[in-house]
Design a protein around this ligand. Structure first.
Ligand SMILES: [Zn+2]
Length: 134
């Protein structure tokens, strides 16, 4: 097992959101490293639970969990997303649906929803705190 505490971020490819999210996650959840899985407009993808792309992302997340013992999965959407150009409200709904999708994977990690606003600041959409000891 790798040394250090890992989290896993499912994020858009857009580089503007990456550093704010990684910094926020490391500080808020006391993590050392954040593994990343990226696709353009990924909140739209994961909101669709049974798609092939979602299955591919699930497989990538599992590598982070198995190899690094990641204790947290974050799903993020952001302002001005070229891959998913919908309103903020639609993004928030997709992020909530994405949280439900990730819950259905039963990976026993914390699950955190993230919205990155027009100031490139992180907002917590919703989180489920699944105890690791259960
Ligand atoms: Zn984007």
């Amino acid at each position: 097992m790798a040394v250090g505490k890992f989290g896993t971020l499912i994020n858009c490819i857009d580089g503007r959101s990456l550093i704010p999210i990684v910094t926020w996650l490391k500080e808020k959840y006391n993590l050392d490293f954040i593994d990343t899985v990226t696709e353009p407009g990924v909140d739209k993808i994961i909101a669709q639970k049974d798609s092939e792309k979602t299955a591919q992302i699930k497989t990538k997340v599992l590598i982070s969990i198995r190899a690094h013992g990641s204790s947290l999965i974050a799903i993020a959407g952001h302002h001005d997303c070229a891959g998913n150009p919908v309103s903020k409200n639609e993004h928030i709904e997709q992020i909530k649906k994405s949280i439900d999708t990730i819950k259905s994977w039963n990976y026993q990690t914390k699950i955190v929803g993230i919205w990155v606003n027009e100031h490139w600041q992180v907002e917590n959409v919703n989180s489920s705190e699944i105890s690791l000891s259960d």
